[in-house]
Design a protein around this ligand. Sequence first.
Ligand code: NAD
Length: 477
Amino acid sequence: MDLHRNLIDGEWVDGEAIANINPSDTNEVVGQYARAGADDAAKAIAAARAAFPAWSRSGLMARHGVLRKAADEILARKEELGRLLAREEGKTLAEGIGEAARAGQIFDFFAGETLRLAGETIPSVRPGIGVEMTRQAVGVVGIITPWNFPIAIPAWKIAPALCYGNTVVFKPAELVPGCAWAIADILHRAGLPAGVLNLVMGKGSVVGQAMLDSADIDAISFTGSVATGRRVAAASAEHMRKVQLEMGGKNPLVVLDDADLDTAVDCAVNGAFFSTGQRCTASSRLVVTEGIHDRFVAALTDRLKALVVDNAVKEGTQIGPVVDQNQLDQDERYIAIGRDEGARLVFGGERLNRETPGFYLQPALFTETANAMRINREEIFGPVASVIRVKDYEEALTVANDTPYGLSSGICTTSLKHATHYKRNAEAGMVMVNLPTAGVDFHVPFGGSKGSSYGPREQGRYAAEFYTTVKTAYTLA
Ligand code: NAD
């Protein structure tokens, strides 16, 4: 099997071969990937630094051309890339192809943005002087990504970084080097100059830490857990560097008595269990008013019973496996914690055996839970959701907001009054009305409030806030 190597200063560089294992079939090796070390990270950072002056001053058409070519290739290969994603991460094939397409659309969007970078010119308060405000690249950007969106998250960080003229050191999560390597390969062949994008696949504690410790990285964009996010923030303060963190969630989906039951159940099934519940925007808390509670739980349980959990690439699979043994252990630990806390497990939570050996878990639903329980406060990151029964809208809003997180927040209701009030008062970066808490567009801002996010928003035109710095120039003419 060919070794997929790291990309440093335009060269493919060897490293210890690590097997990428398929969570739907642990006998299958998806590919061999070279593990980078701290030395490789240092070389990658130096290469990005050396490439920065020329890339940041490169013509717009050079940047546009590379991003455009990458978009075209990703979109043309979305089935193949989606299958690779499904094999290494465990999302269903349809979800994998959808995510690959989204990565292509993101590159397409930022190809366009290269040609739309605008500034402002205004008169000074002093007569005869003009003031220009322009955006410039920040410098060398470190990009550290999680395993749960192996192609979309790297795309939504790398594309704007390159668009605005930054150079990049990219460290993907260890579980998903396949999609990361594919993006680096596509951009390399699309004509990126040496050193502009460097790929270092390796351990967070080694390669990631070397990036945090480097004084030569000007900005870090990180997505992952709160614990790692804290380290990134602390290390970045030490170096006075710009930082953007996207972290966990404990997203509520409120279901009111006047909700359309089918819509509410669809939102809950999709939001809580699709992608095996492994989404930062997953609806892990279902906050349901008492008039609809029993009907909602009965209908949701029926839907869960019918869900097909199987090999991610098998026709008809709706829920793929959990990503690996560690995450499966964590999911099972929380299911045990929920039971111990007195929650009622109305469905699921059992390990499942399928034709191929994988980390299969039956989606789990708890009822009779209190918002103070650990299963409702801590991110589980698996196919596990809890129902919290509340009296009315006011209590639902209080419970929805009673969390350290603030990524996404949803409500199912046919009341314009409650929908409008909720949009204004939900403590979250993203609010969904009659839609799942997960599932967002690629051309608008993404991010949260409270403990979920730190720094400027990602995606859409707001990405410029992080990937550029503003210069104010005065001219006496
Ligand atoms: P993680 O924090 O374990 O790892 C994220 C990345 O950080 C990985 O690349 C990892 O190797 C690296 N890392 C680990 N230790 C490091 C260190 N000391 N220095 C530098 N880098 C280090 O997270 P994960 O398990 O890969 O992902 C799951 C988490 O990501 C969940 O909490 C989920 O909510 C969150 N997530 C958030 C969003 C969002 O946009 N808010 C999106 C997807 C996932």
